[in-house]
Ligand binder design. Sequence first.
Ligand SMILES: [Zn+2]
Length: 62
Amino acid sequence: MRTRLRICKEKVRFADHAAALAVAAVHGYRVRPYCCDRCGSFHLSGRLKGKRIPRPSSPSLK
Ligand SMILES: [Zn+2]
């Protein structure tokens, strides 16, 4: 399945797999790097869709 151009443009691009993997590690590997056939770079794909990356604190919760 080809990556949609719109998705490609919206996503962050990584020059190589290692760079993408480093960011995936930050997210606890809930996202996975994949090679994009549109731009030839790597994007992160995964379970973060529809789910915001949790913030370390919620200052408005008082
Ligand atoms: Zn792309």
